[in-house]
Design a binder for this molecule. Structure first.
Ligand SMILES: NC(=O)c1ccc[n+]([C@@H]2O[C@H](COP(=O)([O-])OP(=O)(O)OC[C@H]3O[C@@H](n4cnc5c(N)ncnc54)[C@H](OP(=O)(O)O)[C@@H]3O)[C@@H](O)[C@H]2O)c1
Length: 348
């Protein structure tokens, strides 16, 4: 094993106490899982990007099982500071991020193991992963931007697959996945229609990206799908990045082009199945392909990193706020309240 003096780490673990007003996450000092396995690497973390999922897990709302007192977080960027004897693909000094589902490498695996759910996450100053679970990050991105890639980035990449010059993509909400999708669509030459519950946020984004213009819709207006049809000359969007789930899915399909794609990414609305009564006639009538998104594989993340590197796409403009690592609780609460446009980051 390469030399490293580090034997302990600090990590934010969930308290599992869901009583109102109780502390949801706690900073702990603990021994690292050392010595390293021959094929593992020790990574010093420089940035952790937060997702809605972190706030949901902290508040006990994750719809999938979570191990007791889990370390929160699935998006981290850091530097390899030690490697096991048999590591072949990484060197000390490499800039890396772990994949967020460590069972999902090629896309053909049948199991799943999500960080911060089936296994510990990455909200820690040091993390240890097997080399095959780590992806090298683009050189042109700083730690803060690079930390947004594994979850928000790969999810956006998977959700807009098929978007290209001249295609229209409806992106719902102004959170992390949505803002990453907006960047990728613009790099790909696709037209963006962005929806939000906040006219103020929409105006801010239109100002940030003046040309080509971003079309906008406020999804608080109950007939927002008709507005999308009007904006697309009656055709509908080629791809929809669906974030609401049950309350908005049918409406999303109604404003998707016949034969178009709805990428189901989020579940931010109240998931009452009664709201899906028109699902079958609508999916048939519009010939919609409903595509379930579960982030993406390691190969997807490598493809995204290659695309970002080739286009030298910067991500500074989708960073909403950077908190120090010591203020993780405040950062999680900020995301829980949906106050961000884009990404919220912990800097170490
Ligand atoms: N399937 C996957 O692989 C995957 C991966 C990552 C995230 N997700 C899910 O995708 C969703 C977004 O994640 P995120 O990390 O980007 O969240 P985020 O950064 O917390 O952003 C959430 C934003 O979505 C908008 N929103 C809230 N309720 C909505 C609704 N009912 N319909 C449409 N938009 C709504 C709000 O934007 P405005 O304030 O502008 O209205 C809110 O700020 C979450 O449900 C998350 O769990 C899924």
């Amino acid at each position: 094993m390469s030399d490293s003096q580090t034997t302990h780490r600090q990590a934010w673990r969930r308290t599992d106490d869901l009583t109102p007003g109780a502390t949801r996450i706690k900073l702990v000092e603990e021994a690292l899982p050392l010595p390293l396995d021959p094929t593992s690497a020790l990574v010093k973390v420089y940035a952790v990007a937060l997702n809605y999922r972190d706030a949901n897990i902290a508040n006990g709302g994750n719809p999938w099982p979570v191990i007791p007192n889990v370390i929160l977080g699935n998006d981290a960027a850091g530097e390899v500071i030690a490697i096991g004897d048999k590591v072949k693909t990484l060197q000390v000094g490499d800039r890396v991020a772990p994949i967020i589902d460590t069972e999902y490498v090629s896309g053909r695996e049948i199991g799943r193991s999500w960080l911060a759910a089936n296994e510990d996450g990455v909200m820690a100053d040091h993390i240890v992963f097997e080399e095959t679970k780590l992806v090298k990050l683009p050189d042109h991105l700083d730690w803060i931007s690079a930390a947004t890639i594994p979850c928000a980035g790969v999810t956006a990449w998977s959700a807009i697959k098929g978007a290209g010059p001249g295609k229209t993509v409806l992106i719902q909400g102004t959170g992390g996945v949505s803002m990453f999708a907006l960047k990728l669509c613009r790099a790909a030459g696709a037209r963006v229609i962005l929806s939000s519950s906040s006219d103020e946020k929409l105006a801010q984004i239109q100002k940030r990206y003046p040309a080509p213009p971003i079309l906008t819709v406020n999804y608080k207006n109950s007939d927002w799908h008709e507005e999308i049809m009007r904006l697309t000359g009656g055709a509908g969007a080629d791809i929809v990045v669906e974030n609401g789930g049950a309350p908005s899915l049918v409406q999303s399909m109604k404003c998707t082009r016949r034969g178009g794609i709805v990428s189901q990414v989020g579940y931010l609305g109240n998931q009452d199945p009664a709201q899906l009564s028109e699902l079958i006639p609508t999916i048939i009538d519009r010939r919609v392909v409903l595509r379930g998104i579960n982030a993406g594989s390691k190969y997807d993340m490598e493809d995204l990193c290659a695309a970002l590197s080739a286009s030298e796409t910067k991500l500074d403009d989708i960073i909403d706020k950077v908190f120090p690592f010591s203020e993780a609780e405040e950062a999680v609460q900020y995301v829980w309240e949906g106050r961000q446009i884009g990404k919220v980051i912990l800097r170490l």
